[in-house]
Design a protein around this ligand. Structure first.
Ligand SMILES: O=C(O)[C@H](O)[C@@H](O)[C@H](O)[C@H](O)COP(=O)(O)O
Length: 274
């Protein structure tokens, strides 16, 4: 599937964030024109937040009807509400608190101190994941009932754009190489335990849920992502390289800066001349 991925390489990570923000504005405006509303899945991490901050200062942000935008998260660090390391907290600071969203359409993953507080058996993240899967299923219209996600996990809405930061080990969302979460084929959201990137306890969409999006955008900037991008785009398996398994139904787009693209195989970048 990665053979069908499209690549766009920008000079540096600042330009990448600005161009990706412009691209996202256009995508949301087009979806709202075509279907009345738009549905976007946000990612944690520096690149995802850089994109949101760039969107926040883009004059064209006012072209978006923020009240007709559904926001979901691809993963969350299982921490207390308001924790500065929570992806939701960081997205609010970068953009969400400064635009007129409909609160009913903003769907953060549960925090660790609410109804899903870690119990004696440590299964809080698993219960939070099940609750988020149910929230996704409730939001999916009947037309999505036969979605790509497995029946046991329930359906998910058809997201217009699902964004993923890529880790230096090729992880996306909280799907780490060789982990149980990346092997999940039924559930749409799972609890993650013992993650190599802190914090160790997380909640994550799975590859079947990710693959139900119309478009999946993978964001990678910096020299430390060069090897990961090269591996994921060179035919690696998704269990060893989760980013290789992240693709959209109609488009898979890698947005990179020059440093992250520096180890890509020749022909992939720069593209071969006709
Ligand atoms: O919660 C998280 O940490 C993530 O969602 C994670 O998958 C992140 O997106 C990547 O690790 C890339 O992060 P950077 O953009 O900071 O490199």
């Amino acid at each position: 599937m990665t053979a069908a991925a499209q690549l766009v390489v920008h000079r540096d990570k600042e330009l990448m964030a600005q161009a990706a923000a412009a691209r996202l504005i256009t995508k949301i405006v087009d979806a709202q024109a075509a279907r009345g509303s738009a549905s976007v899945v946000l990612t944690g991490g520096r690149n995802g937040n850089g994109l949101l901050a760039a969107l926040s200062s883009a004059p064209a942000r006012d072209a978006v009807d923020w009240s007709r935008l559904d926001l979901w998260w691809g993963d969350e660090r299982f921490l207390p509400e308001g924790d500065p390391e929570r992806n939701y907290t960081q997205a609010r600071a970068a953009l969400l608190d400064s635009v007129p969203l409909d609160p009913a359409r903003v769907h953060p993953m549960p925090a660790s101190d609410g109804p899903y507080a870690v119990g004696a058996d440590g299964d809080g993240a698993d219960a939070a994941a099940a609750a988020y899967a149910a929230e996704l299923a409730a939001a999916a219209g009947p037309e999505h009932y036969q979605s790509a996600a497995g029946a046991a996990g329930g359906p998910v809405p058809t997201f217009d754009v699902l964004m993923l930061g890529v880790g230096p080990d090729t992880h996306v969302a909280s799907l780490f190489p060789e982990s149980p979460a990346v092997r999940e084929t039924e559930r749409t959201v799972v609890g993650v335990h013992g993650a190599p990137k802190p914090p160790p306890t997380r909640v994550s969409m799975t590859l079947p849920a990710i693959r139900s999006a119309r478009e999946v955008w993978l964001l990678a900037a910096g020299e430390d992502k060069a090897k990961a991008a090269a591996i994921a785009l060179s035919g690696a398996g998704e269990v060893q390289a989760p980013a290789a398994g992240a693709h959209g139904r109609s488009r898979t787009l890698w947005l990179l800066d020059a440093a992250a693209a520096s180890q890509l195989p020749r022909g992939l970048y720069p593209p071969a001349s006709p």
